[in-house]
Ligand binder design. Structure first.
Ligand code: MEV
Length: 313
């Protein structure tokens, strides 16, 4: 039976989320500890999908899978290929709705699987074109960063409307990511920031520009092994995200816990309002202590990511 697969992975935004929607830069890392695989096989029945959300006929799938439905129709049409008798299986290690890019990663893996299935070459530009279509359905007004990082092997410096830059990291440090266990709704938090911009344009745009400045400084810190400085920048970015109303008590508590346990800095990551937070530590041993403390204080899962290993040279 004909079949094909496609892979992608999650992402962690180091700094710049939300501001990136308004043209400021952001830095994000591929999160290879959280892979996604999509498998496509031929069936005799109408298109079916199997995922952690839902398994059954694709045309009865819930709204969270609306992006996959649209991608299937669009790509089928563009490639002039029949897509009625396909079975789609999504296997994801990315916790869904936690700001880790799960929707973009699934879309990436799905587009790759579908092009493989039809033996059609797929370049990066075309892949991003489809993933951007999908992200607009999943998130409303996305900057495009999730689409790019979930298909990149390297850390990415990104500004909306420009091509992304693969970053070289000259720094030894450890990022701890912790899941609050609370679903974050990126679409909603992005819309709330838009409301802040509408109601208090000057103040909000000032906060957004400050995040942009912190991001530029973070890029420098990554290039020059300024780990402690980077930590301070992360914590400052968290204060700015609080001003944008996208943090919440759970995230603030975990950020506080990380700092009290010896982190060099900490912040929420991704959309906010639930979802995940990150903290920076100088050694793996310290990272483990912080991760344990976060679990003790309510995090449902933690990951430790060695920053130096992301180097693209
Ligand atoms: C979501 O991972 C990042 C946000 O900045 C939204 C976006 O950039 O599309 C919150």
């Amino acid at each position: 039976n004909k079949s094909a697969t496609g892979k992608a992975h999650g992402k962690i935004i180091l700094i710049g989320e939300h501001a990136v929607v308004y043209g400021e830069p952001a830095i994000a890392f591929p999160f290879k500890a959280a892979p996604v695989m999509v498998k496509i096989t031929k069936t005799e029945t109408p298109a079916r999908i199997a995922s952690s959300y839902y398994s059954g006929p694709l045309n009865e799938a819930p709204d969270v899978l609306a992006n996959i439905k649209l991608l299937l129709e669009t790509i089928g049409h563009d490639l002039d290929q029949p897509v009625e008798n396909l079975s789609i299986t999504i296997t994801s290690c990315i916790p869904a709705e936690r700001g880790m890019g799960s929707s973009a990663a699934v879309a990436n893996a799905f587009v790759r699987a579908l092009f493989n299935y039809f033996n059609t070459p797929l370049d990066k530009e075309r892949l991003l074109y489809y993933v951007d279509i999908s992200e607009k359905i999943a998130h409303g007004n996305p900057s495009g960063i999730d689409a790019r990082v979930t298909s990149s092997e390297f850390p990415v410096f990104y500004r909306k409307g420009s091509t992304f830059e693969a970053l070289s990291i000259h720094l030894t440090g450890y990022l701890i990511a912790a899941d609050t266990g609370v679903k974050g709704r990126t679409g909603e938090s992005v819309a709330d920031v838009a409301r802040c911009v509408e109601k208090q344009p000057e103040q909000t745009m000032e906060t957004i520009r400050t995040i942009g400045q912190l991001t530029l400084q973070a890029k420098d810190a990554l290039a020059h092994n300024a780990l402690e400085h980077l930590g301070r920048l992360l914590t400052q970015a968290h204060s700015m995200l609080q001003k944008l109303t996208v943090s919440d008590d759970t995230l603030d508590h975990l950020v506080e816990t990380a700092i009290q346990s010896g982190a060099l800095g900490a912040k929420l990551t991704g959309g906010g309002r639930g979802g995940c937070m990150i903290a920076l530590a100088q050694s793996e041993q310290k990272a483990k202590i912080i991760a344990d403390k976060l679990l003790e204080q309510g995090a449902v899962n933690t990951w430790i990511h060695a920053l130096g290993e992301d180097n693209n040279e």
